[in-house]
Write a protein that binds this ligand. Structure first.
Ligand code: NAD
Ligand code: UDP
Length: 316
């Protein structure tokens, strides 16, 4: 097997650290480039002793600081990802998905490196088509609290498009739907981390709106397998893939499941207003990923949640 050297931007974050684990487990080399704006060194602490792993603290809106003998793949995952994270770091979010993407695409153009851009289901906004296929153009507010994220991901996608069509860069885009698992940052306000930690601490759980809004949750190991397929399979240049789990649930039902699995039957509900522009329904159409990549998620929500709850339980 050919040993691949990958740069994982955002490799000290939730998804990125699992991708680093996966690549190293296959015997590949990894350079994690991260400025730790929302990531944590402890997410990659266990990799420090691995000879095939390097960490470089760097903001990817600037050119990569290191000269490498060879880089085969760049996975561009760097970007705040949770509503709290990208609203707090809104300008940084716009820059990493625009300037950061441009810098990395230029690198790939000069060195013939394969590129993968981690986009998001948020490019569909609050969708009016359900489930969402890659061909759907979306229903996005360009001028609101989520715009820094949604619109900068859309701009990142346009930059990828131009580099493919003008410069023949071997690039592809994945649109990630809500993903969860161990290392999901406890403090970034996402529904999975909020509800689990509230249940484990015996605090009331925060339910935004009436809980009828839906999401579809994908376990992180499933996502990572899809990321790998999207870059390593033949005929993926220029393609976009939805990666997510199509099992859709209302947030109310999701909260009941978390309460059941945490064994916190006495948990009270703390109703809070629905955030501005919070999408009403979200569910990926993954038929393209199934057909082209031979990929589909394997871990049911209950099983993934059990593993995630165990991970938090050890830390609380
Ligand atoms: P995360 O916040 O845990 O990780 C993002 C990482 O990027 C962090 O380690 C952060 O420090 C780093 N980073 C941010 N700006 C940077 C910069 N300018 N230079 C270098 N490093 C920088 O988020 P995550 O959940 O792991 O998300 C990873 C990627 O997946 C993001 O691009 C996100 O938009 C995308 N995504 C994630 C989800 C999800 O459910 N987790 C859903 C859709 C899309
Ligand atoms: N949510 C909730 N309680 C929380 C956090 C989030 O009810 O403590 C809701 C939120 O309004 C949204 C859904 O859960 O409808 C998913 O929110 P998250 O921030 O995890 O992801 P995103 O909105 O980006 O899909």
């Amino acid at each position: 097997m050919k040993r691949i050297h990958s740069i994982v931007t955002g490799g000290a974050g939730f998804v990125g650290s699992h991708l680093c684990d996966f690549l190293l487990a296959q015997g590949h080399k990894v350079t994690c480039v991260d400025n730790l704006i929302t990531g944590k060194k402890e997410n990659i602490e266990h990799l420090r002793a691995n000879r095939n792993f390097k960490f470089k603290k760097h903001n990817v809106i600037k050119p990569l600081p290191i000269r490498f003998a060879q880089v085969d793949y760049i996975f561009h995952l760097a970007s705040p990802a949770s509503p709290i994270g990208y609203m707090q770091h809104s300008i940084e979010t716009i820059l990493v998905n625009s300037m950061g993407s441009l810098q990395l695409l230029e690198y790939c153009r000069k060195r013939k490196t394969k590129f993968l851009f981690a986009s998001t289901s948020e490019v569909y906004g609050s969708p009016q088509v359900h489930p969402q296929p890659e061909t759907y153009w979306g229903h996005v507010n360009s001028f609101g609290p989520r715009s820094c994220y949604d619109e900068s991901k859309r701009l990142g996608e346009a930059l990828v498009y131009e580099h493919i069509h003008k410069f023949k860069v071997d690039a592809r885009i994945i649109r990630i739907f809500n993903t969860y698992g161990p290392r999901l940052n406890e403090n970034d306000g996402r529904v999975v981390s909020n509800l689990i930690t509230q249940c484990l601490r015996g605090k009331p759980i925060t339910l935004y709106g009436d809980g009828s809004q839906t999401r579809s949750f994908c376990y992180v190991s499933d996502l990572v397998a899809g990321i790998w397929a999207a870059i390593s399979r033949e005929n993926t240049m220029g393609e976009i893939f939805n990666l997510g789990n199509p099992q859709e649930t209302t947030i109310r039902d999701f909260s009941k499941l978390v309460i059941e699995l945490c064994g916190s039957v006495d948990s009270k509900i703390n109703n809070k207003p629905l955030p501005v522009d919070d999408p009403v329904r979200r569910k990926p159409d993954i038929s393209k990923a199934k057909r082209v990549l031979g990929w589909e998620p394997r871990i049911p929500l209950k099983e993934g949640l059990r593993q995630t709850i165990d991970w938090y339980r050890d830390r609380i």
